[in-house]
Design a protein around this ligand. Structure first.
Ligand code: UD1
Ligand code: UDP
Length: 379
């Protein structure tokens, strides 16, 4: 029996972990044991707890409870806690997802004590190093032994950074193996979309009619912490809300920052706008149903951009660039930055001319099973 330690911490990592845990349970139960470590980066019930039962994710074996903090402070606490666990658990590999501070902490802790790292969502690049996530993902990729890229672009990025196209092992941090594996979140969206239709009552609860509303999310620090950008985004949303209902499950960061950075006048307009429905973060099944039932998605989230493509919805990306370039190239998403005019123009464009091409970028829905097989073969 081989043993992996999986690090989760932020909301999207908890959701991603469901895919691999499910693949282990269904196909590799006698060969692969998974120990789950929750760093505690996200801790509100609706940012963490809600996902475990709903998505059948095993309860974490450890919770470091690090909570929020400045980057260095938060990451340092995580490194210390993860190192202790790795020393006592002695796993064959450490599995890391994405690009958060929890990912970086895992990469630093494991690489220094020579535990091979498996990076899921490897190779994604925004080519914007002012993003904390860009630093986290580059550092994690370059400390990893098996790198699973969800897209062809991610794979190419790794080759461009000097990773070799190797076939035969053994693999190590100095001789890493890169894959184009498909996306574990595509596995999840396929798996949970039927369940969401059966179980979620979000449309009734929020009095929404399928196909009649726009879904939005905002949480990226360069939007929430910048008064001009957050103002421009909300001004655009208010204008769109004159024609279409918008539902906005609010990340706790955004909820806090809105009060600090938006003018009292804009806050009053937002509160009084019946068509702009601000709600607490929702569960994944609720989110999947909202995505599937929406007519357009407006977001700065990495995960939600992709899910808009999975559910064949046009997407306005509230960022200056994206790592998911394939969905923009397919014409299914537009980069709007936080520019009010571009957001409105792109919205109108998509309303009158919805995109049609949503075909196969993210694999075959079996990425997690493939990843488990490779871990078993090589680590
Ligand atoms: C983090 C990730 C980001 C990811 C996002 C997913 C980093 C550097 N950023 O951003 O890549 O897209 O998670 O959602 O790792 N807060 C709460 N309750 C919580 C969690 C956070 O109130 O349960 C508030 C705190 O005020 C905290 C702030 O949100 O300071 C930001 O949380 P943090 O985890 O530092 O970053 P995110 O913006 O969530
Ligand atoms: N999500 C959710 N509830 C919400 C908002 C998002 O379950 O209220 C899910 C979403 O479907 C996606 C993931 O959280 O799978 C994305 O997380 P987030 O936007 O926080 O982070 P990012 O993907 O940008 O790192």
């Amino acid at each position: 029996m081989k043993k992996i330690v999986t690090i989760i911490g932020a909301r999207p990592q908890i959701i991603k972990a469901a895919a691999l845990s499910r693949a282990i349970k269904n196909h590799f139960q006698d060969q692969l044991k998974e120990i789950i470590v929750h760093t505690g980066q996200h801790y509100d019930a609706n940012m963490s707890e809600v996902f475990f039962e709903e998505l059948s994710i095993p309860r974490p074996d450890y919770n470091l409870n690090v909570g929020s903090g400045k980057h260095g402070e938060q990451t340092a606490k995580m490194i210390q806690g993860i190192e202790e666990i790795l020393i006592s658990e002695k796993p064959n590999a450490l599995v890391l997802y994405g690009d958060t501070n929890s990912t970086l902490a895992g990469a630093i802790a494991a690489s220094k004590i020579h535990i091979p790292i498996v990076h899921i969502e490897a190779g994604l690049r925004s080519f914007n190093k002012s993003m904390p996530e860009e630093i986290n993902r580059i550092m994690c990729d370059h400390a990893s032994t098996l790198l699973f890229s969800p897209t062809p672009t991610g794979y190419r990025n790794l080759i461009n950074e000097g990773f070799k196209e190797l076939e035969e092992g053994p693999f190590s941090v100095d001789r890493p193996k890169v894959y184009h594996s498909g996306d574990v979140m595509y596995d999840n969206s396929l798996h949970f979309s039927t369940l969401a239709k059966e179980k979620s009552s979000i449309l009734v609860d929020e009095k929404l009619e399928a196909g009649s509303f726009i879904l939005g999310t905002i949480h990226r620090d360069n939007n929430t912490d910048n008064p001009e950008r957050l103002t421009a985004i909300f001004e655009a949303l208010l204008e769109i809300a004159q024609e279409n209902k918008i539902i906005l499950p609010l990340h706790p960061r955004t909820k806090k920052k809105m009060q600090e950075v938006l003018s009292p006048d804009l806050l009053t307009q937002i509160t009084n706008c019946q068509n702009l429905q601000l709600i607490a973060p929702v569960s994944f099944l609720d989110m999947v149903l909202l995505e599937d039932s929406s007519k357009m998605i407006i977001t700065d989230s990495g995960g939600v951009q992709k899910e808009s493509f999975f559910f064949k919805k046009p997407c306005l990306i509230l960022r200056p660039e994206t790592e998911w370039v394939e969905i923009v190239e397919a014409g299914a998403a537009r980069i709007c930055d936080a520019d009010k005019d571009i957001i409105l123009k792109s919205y109108r464009n998509f309303m009158s001319n919805p995109p049609q091409d949503f075909e196969g970028i993210f694999g075959d829905g079996q990425a997690s099973k493939f990843i488990c097989g490779e871990i078993l073969e090589w680590l």
